[in-house]
Design a protein around this ligand. Structure first.
Ligand code: PLP
Length: 455
C-alpha cells in the first residue's frame, strides 16, 4: 500500500524534478501517478485520467503492456547487463539493430546505441566530427540547428537546442552551433505566402553557408516537425529543399526523429515517408521502446559507416559510447514494442484517427484565446493568444498554458503545457471515441480558462 502523505513529503524534500518551477513546486508538491493501463493513468488518490501526452511523447503502444514487462523480466533474469564495448555483444541489441535496419530507409543499415534522445544527439555530433576528421576535413565542425529546436539537455545537445529559455541560466558550446530561423507558418513574416516563406528559409540557409563556408560546416540537424518548440510544421517542400542545398555543399543531414519516429505521424519513420528526405542519420529514442525502458539509437547511413566502421574505410578506434549502449533489457523492451506496433497496425490507426483528431481540434479555434491549432496526426498543439488579430501573447505570469492544462486535468484529461502552448500527443491507440471524449473536455477547459482570465 502507498502512503500518499509520506510519499508527497519525501518527494518534496528529496526529489529534484527536471524542468520544474520551484517557485510553485514547494506549495503544490508533486502529483504521484501510480497506475497506468491502455490510454489511462491513475493518481495515488484513485483519480483516473486520459493520457493525452503518451507520458512525454513516448508511450506509443499505450500503458500496461504485460508482454513488454515479461520480455524485460526474461532478459533481466537471463543476462541483465554486460558490456558492448570492443567486440562484446548481446542478442537483443543485435536483433534490434537488424530490425531497425529492416524498417529504416534502404540506405540506413547501421545502429549506434545510446541512453535516450539527448545522448543520441550528443553521440551523433561526435560521430559526424569523427567522420570528417577521418576524411581529412577536420575543419568541418559547425552544426546548423534552428531557433526553438529541442534536441536535449546534455551540454552538447543543449547547445543544439534553440529554445532560449532552456539555456538562459547555462553556458552552451559557443562557436559550435549556428541557429537558423525556425519554420513557423503561424508567425511567418507579414505578406508572405507558404511558398514564398519556404523560399525565404532556404535562402537563409544558402546565405549562412556562404557566410560560414561549407568547409567549416559538418551537419544540419532538424526535427521533421519541431516538437517542444511548438509543434511547428514546416512549409510544404521545406525539408527536401533544405536537403538539396546541404547535399550540394557536402553537409550532412541529421533528422531528429526522437518524437516523430515509431508511428506518431503514421509511419515508423517520418523523414522519407512523409517529408521525402533521405537523411544521413536518423536519431531515435522515446517511441523506440515506448518509454518502457530508457533507450536511444542513431541510424547511420552506409556512406558514413564505410568511414566509421569498416576496415577498408578510414576508421580507427571509435572512442565514444556509453556503459548502457545496447542495454539488453532496454533492447528487449524495444523489440517487443516494435512487434506490438506492427501486429496491431498502430501506424495505420494513426493514419486513420489522426486526421479525425486534427479536424476535431480545429473546431476549438472558435474559442477567443485559441490563436492556432496545428500539427499533424498524433502530434498536435494549441497556441493560446490574448488577441487573435495581432497574435499578441498573454503576459507570462498569466500562465495560460498551465491554466488550460489544469482545467483539462480537473475534467479527466492530461495535456502538456509548454509556456503559452498546449501539446496533445496521445498514445497511438486512441480511437475516434477517445478523440471525441478528449476534445469535449478541451472545449470545456478552454471555456473555463477564458472565464478565469476575465476575472
Ligand atoms: N530530441 C527531441 C526531438 C526531443 O523531443 C527530446 C525530448 O523531448 C530529445 C531529443 C531529448 O531526449 P531525452 O529527454 O530522452 O534525452
Amino acid at each position: 500500500t502507498l502512503d500518499a502523505e509520506t510519499l508527497w513529503r519525501q518527494d518534496r524534500d528529496h526529489f529534484v524534478h527536471p524542468f520544474t518551477d520551484f517557485s510553485v513546486f514547494h506549495d503544490k508538491g508533486c502529483e504521484l501517478i501510480t497506475d497506468a493501463e491502455g490510454i489511462h493513468v491513475q493518481d495515488i488518490h484513485g483519480n483516473r485520467f486520459i493520457d493525452g501526452i503518451a507520458g512525454l511523447w513516448c508511450v506509443n503502444v499505450g500503458h500496461g503492456r504485460a508482454e513488454i514487462g515479461q520480455a524485460m523480466a526474461e532478459q533481466a533474469t537471463r543476462m541483465a547487463y554486460f558490456s558492448t564495448f570492443n567486440n562484446l555483444s548481446n542478442a537483443p541489441a543485435t536483433r534490434l539493430a537488424a530490425k531497425l535496419a529492416e524498417l529504416a530507409p534502404a540506405h540506413l543499415n547501421h545502429v549506434f546505441y545510446s541512453c535516450g534522445g539527448s545522448t543520441a544527439n550528443d553521440a551523433t555530433i561526435r560521430l559526424v566530427h569523427y567522420y570528417f576528421n577521418r576524411l581529412g576535413k577536420p575543419n568541418k565542425k559547425r552544426i546548423l540547428s534552428r531557433h526553438n529546436a529541442y534536441h536535449g539537455t546534455t551540454y552538447l545537445a543543449a547547445s543544439l537546442t534553440g529554445i532560449e529559455s532552456n539555456n538562459w541560466e547555462f553556458d552552451t558550446l559557443d562557436g559550435l552551433v549556428t541557429h537558423l530561423s525556425e519554420a513557423n507558418l503561424y508567425r511567418r513574416p507579414e505578406g508572405m505566402d507558404e511558398a514564398q516563406y519556404c523560399d525565404h528559409l532556404v535562402a537563409e540557409l544558402e546565405a549562412t553557408i556562404a557566410e560560414i563556408g561549407a568547409d567549416n560546416i559538418a551537419a544540419f540537424i532538424a526535427e521533421p516537425i519541431m516538437g517542444a518548440g511548438g509543434v511547428l510544421v514546416a512549409p510544404r517542400g521545406y525539408h527536401a529543399r533544405m536537403q538539396e542545398v546541404l547535399r550540394a555543399h557536402d553537409i550532412l543531414y541529421i533528422a531528429d526523429e526522437v518524437v516523430t519516429g515509431f508511428g506518431r505521424l503514421g509511419h515508423i519513420f517520418a523523414s522519407e515517408a512523409v517529408f521525402d528526405t533521405q537523411p544521413d542519420v536518423i536519431n531515435l529514442a522515446k517511441g523506440l521502446s515506448s518509454g518502457y525502458a530508457p533507450l536511444g539509437a542513431t541510424l547511420i547511413s552506409d556512406r558514413l559507416y564505410e568511414v566509421l566502421g569498416t576496415p577498408q574505410g578510414k576508421g580507427g578506434v571509435l572512442s565514444t559510447g556509453f556503459t548502457y549502449s545496447g542495454h539488453p533489457v532496454s533492447c528487449a523492451a524495444a523489440l517487443k514494442n516494435i512487434e506490438i506496433l506492427e501486429r496491431e497496425e498502430l501506424c495505420a490507426n494513426v493514419r486513420e484517427v489522426g486526421p479525425y483528431l486534427e479536424q476535431a481540434l480545429a473546431t476549438l479555434s472558435r474559442h477567443p484565446t485559441v490563436g492556432d491549432v496545428r500539427g499533424s496526426h498524433f502530434m498536435m498543439c494549441i497556441e493560446n493568444v490574448a488577441d487573435k488579430d495581432t497574435k499578441a501573447l498573454f503576459p507570462v505570469d498569466a500562465r495560460v498554458g498551465d491554466r488550460v492544462a489544469f482545467e483539462a486535468q480537473q475534467r479527466g484529461l492530461i495535456i502538456r503545457p509548454v509556456g503559452h502552448l498546449n501539446v496533445i500527443s496521445p498514445p497511438l491507440i486512441w480511437t475516434r471515441d477517445t478523440v471525441d471524449e478528449a476534445v469535449a473536455i478541451l472545449d470545456e477547459a478552454l471555456a473555463a480558462t477564458a472565464e478565469s482570465l476575465r476575472r
